[in-house]
Structure formats: structure tokens, C-alpha cells
Design a protein around this ligand. Structure first.
Ligand code: FMN
Length: 186
């Protein structure tokens, strides 16, 4: 798929068919994620691929909107069911101590974000779909998967074949509102 077309037609996918993800496609998606740029090419991103149904169900249970998110106006996590029902869930982690930290600004979140976009675009290119899920309880999730405390769990990505046609893109702000030339306006 042509790059700009892939970017403009990718959508967050939260409903999946029963069709399993072929291992060569999963491998290609993970390779694409690791091809993303990273601070000083330190590649601090790590992935745990979860296929076990009981573990996926538990991950889903840990992705509810707790009081922290509720206090910030989130009513529910639209991807909670997807985490249990997708054929697999990719758990994206990072090693903050192995990433850049310049003047207090850490780059591991940026590194994961770039890997995540590659992951989702590669999935889309291969006819699969995914969504970035950031609502979850990190500590019990890490315990569930045996992830040590020095690793940060950044995002969950249910992955599978979309159950239905991609919907229209949620509207984006026009460039007039988001891009400024030479100076900040006003
Ligand atoms: C950092 C980040 C966190 C997100 N967290 C969630 C989430 O917890 N649950 C969810 O259903 N979608 C989540 N999303 C998906 C966004 O809601 C979605 O990307 C946005 O509505 C635009 O839709 P599109 O991806 O189809 O273009 C997240 C996206 C990003 C980039």
C-alpha cells in the first residue's frame, strides 16, 4: 500500500473477526515496529505478545476506567472488550533507563509512540487492524505478565482482522488551526 494512502485510511480497530493472525504477518508487524526511529538508536522498546485467552481476559479486566481516569472525564474504555476478543494483544513496553534523558526530558514515550504508529500502519497494510490502548492498571498488568518494575508498560495493542469495513476517520482539526509559519500567531 502506498504510504500516504495507508496513513489516511488507517483507523483504530476495536472489533475483530475470529480469523487468527498468521505468524509471518505478526513477525512483519513487529519488525516494522522495531524499524521506527529511536533516540540515538538505543531501541528501548520491548513487546510482549499475548495469545493465551485467559491472560487476554485478565488484561481486559485491568483496562477499565478507574477513579483516576473517571476524575479526568473518561466514562469507559471503548477498547476493553477488544482486548479480550482480539486473537492477540501486543503489550508495548520500554526501558526508561536505556533511553535518552536530556535536561529531564525522557524520550522513551516518544520511542514507543513512533514504534506504535509503525505497528498500526504495518497491520493496516497487511489487512489487519489495531488500536492504541492506554487505559490500564500498570502494576497488576506487569505482575500478570512477569514484567519487572524497571520496565514501563506504555500501551496495549489488540491485533486481528477487522470485523467490519473501516469507518470514516474521526474529524481532524484543519491545518489552519494546527500549523503556524515563522511565528506562533497572535
Ligand atoms: C496515546 C493514545 C492512547 C489511546 N488510548 C486509547 C484507549 O485507552 N482506548 C481506546 O479505545 N482508544 C485509545 N486511543 C485511540 C484514539 O481514541 C484514536 O486514535 C482516535 O480517536 C483517532 O481515531 P483513529 O485512530 O481511528 O484515527 C488512543 C490513542 C493514542 C494515540
Amino acid at each position: 500500500m502506498e504510504t500516504l494512502k495507508a496513513i489516511s485510511t488507517r483507523r483504530s480497530v476495536r472489533k475483530f473477526s475470529d480469523r487468527q493472525v498468521e505468524s509471518d504477518k505478526l513477525h512483519a508487524i513487529l519488525e516494522a515496529a522495531m524499524m521506527a526511529p529511536s533516540w540515538a538508536n538505543l531501541q528501548c522498546v520491548r513487546f510482549v505478545v499475548v495469545k493465551d485467552p485467559a491472560t487476554k481476559r485478565r488484561i481486559s479486566e485491568l483496562s477499565y476506567v478507574d477513579s483516576f481516569f473517571a476524575a479526568r472525564g473518561y466514562k469507559s474504555n471503548p477498547s476493553q472488550v477488544a482486548l479480550a476478543e482480539a486473537p492477540l494483544v501486543i503489550v508495548a513496553c520500554a526501558l526508561p533507563n536505556q533511553s535518552g534523558d536530556i535536561r529531564g526530558q525522557q524520550y522513551y514515550m516518544t520511542d514507543v509512540g513512533l514504534a506504535a504508529e509503525n505497528l498500526m500502519l504495518a497491520a493496516h497494510d497487511l489487512g489487519l487492524g489495531s488500536v492504541f490502548v492506554s487505559i490500564f492498571e500498570e502494576k497488576p498488568l506487569a505482575d500478570l505478565l512477569g514484567i519487572p518494575a524497571y520496565i514501563s508498560v506504555v500501551g496495549l495493542f489488540p491485533l486481528g482482522y477487522p470485523q467490519c469495513e473501516a469507518s470514516c476517520a474521526p474529524p481532524r482539526k484543519p491545518l489552519e488551526e494546527t500549523v503556524f509559519y515563522d511565528r506562533w500567531p497572535g
